[in-house]
Design a protein around this ligand. Structure first.
Ligand code: CAA
Length: 389
């Protein structure tokens, strides 16, 4: 077993680290305060090639392996989860779905513009009444003479206000349940597509998060991704990539909490000596290090499985579950190490704490990840009622 990174992967990580420190960390605090979705910064991220990292070069991407992609996402996640969310949604949810399920025409039409950042994309799966039960889509797609009419509502959609193309999941035939779901590449420049910014979020203040109303939104047959009925599988396979990306970002948060805590504990003097010398502070730091390493190893394993073409849904859920919970824990402990100083945004741990909370919710809650893992272990789907013995 070889845990070492290749020279190219190390270089990729170093470059992402420098870029994050110079561009992302520098802007994160003010963007969060201003509740500003920083499109100039998104442009710089795109120029680095991070929006299409795993997309082959022939479609305008960087053609990287998953492990390299994860290293980049980890660094950006350490800098700012709002910007990391842009990479996760654009690359993992939108580009990976088009890459896997799109026709050659669709790939050549959409991917270069998404990889270059000319267009942003969003992933319209969640609805006001459809969260964990993603198969139960209330949005309806009805066949028309020249294509489709889509009506319904979407909720909690990252980049829903700024996206030029929206992957919209909709039910075509409720009797068919998940086998009736279709996925459309919807052009957002039409009257029926009405996004609105969601205000009052606990964290990710520098992120664009939308509620979307869909009223007779039109799509042609060419804008159908996959076949009618493939929609649910498209969503699940995209989430296999998205959950890896969220896990990678959370490894970055864990590392950021650890770095900030060590640095602060060595400077902060109480009882005549740096608090880093106290055993109870060292215990918090040691546990942060252990969780960070474990989260990173589980995430790298999921990336390696993807790179070697092996099944990885369960291992991705394990990584997502562990890394997000570890990051929530580390952010909480990091504030404890900082004491009162961690309660204001002079230190990044305050933002880590607020931003990290959503990661155990979006792209599948921790409970959903446990059910996926539990099903893989037992062979029993806990979501399907079983007949009494
Ligand atoms: N890849 C491909 N196909 C898959 C798959 C995968 N990873 N997982 C399941 N499928 C297929 C199954 O093989 C099955 O196919 P058949 O019909 O041919 O048998 C079909 O999908 C149905 O599978 P399940 O029976 O497992 O489906 P389920 O209804 O029991 O649901 C679930 C499973 C795991 C609970 C799923 O609904 C789920 O993941 N829910 C959470 C939804 C979620 O993560 N939402 C996040 C929204 S995105 C977001 O947050 C974006 C943002 O903007 C930040």
């Amino acid at each position: 077993m070889d845990f070492s990174l290749t020279d190219e992967q190390r270089l990729m990580r170093e470059t992402a680290r420098r870029f994050t420190d110079n561009e992302i960390v520098a802007a994160a605090k003010q963007n969060a305060r201003d509740q500003r979705f920083d499109l100039d910064l998104v442009r710089k991220i795109a120029d680095q090639g991070y929006l299409g990292a795993i997309v082959p070069r022939e479609y305008g991407g960087a053609g990287l392996d998953y492990l390299s992609y994860g290293l980049i996402v980890e660094e950006v996640g350490r800098g700012d989860s709002a910007m990391r969310t842009v990479i996760s949604v654009q690359t993992s949810l939108v580009c990976s779905a088009i890459l896997r399920w799109g026709t050659e025409e669709q790939k050549h039409h959409y991917l270069p513009k998404l990889c270059s950042g000319e267009w942003l994309g969003c992933f319209g799966l969640t609805e006001p009444d459809t969260g964990s039960d993603a198969a139960n889509q209330r949005t309806r797609a009805t066949k028309t003479d020249d294509g489709w009419s889509i009506s319904g509502a979407k909720m909690w959609i990252s980049m829903g206000n700024t996206a030029k193309v929206a992957l919209i999941f909709a039910q075509t035939d409720p009797a068919k349940k998940h086998k009736g779901v279709a996925c459309f590449l919807v052009d957002t420049d039409q009257d029926g597509y009405q996004p609105s910014e969601i205000h009052g979020k606990m964290g990710l203040h520098a992120s664009d998060t939308a509620a979307i109303s869909l009223d007779d939104v039109r799509a042609t047959d060419d804008q159908l991704l996959g076949e009618v009925g493939d929609g649910f599988k498209i969503a699940m396979s995209a989430l296999d990539s998205g959950r890896f990306s969220v896990a990678s970002g959370c490894v970055g948060i864990c590392q950021g909490c650890l770095d900030e805590s060590v640095s602060y504990a060595k400077e902060r003097v109480q009882f005549g000596r740096p608090i880093a010398s106290f055993q109870l502070v060292q215990a918090m730091i040691a546990e942060m290090r252990v969780k960070t390493d474990a989260a990173r190893m589980l995430t790298w394993r999921a990336g390696w499985l993807k790179d070697t073409g092996q099944p990885n849904t369960t291992e991705t859920s394990i990584a997502k579950y562990f890394a997000t919970e570890a990051a929530v824990w580390c952010a909480n402990e990091a504030i404890q190490v900082h004491g009162g100083a961690g309660y204001v945004d002079d230190h990044p741990v305050e933002r880590y704490f607020r931003d990290v909370r959503v990661t155990t919710l979006y792209e599948g809650t921790s409970q959903i990840q446990k059910l996926i893992i539990g099903r893989a272990e037992t062979g029993i789907n806990a979501l399907v009622p079983t007949a009494a013995a």
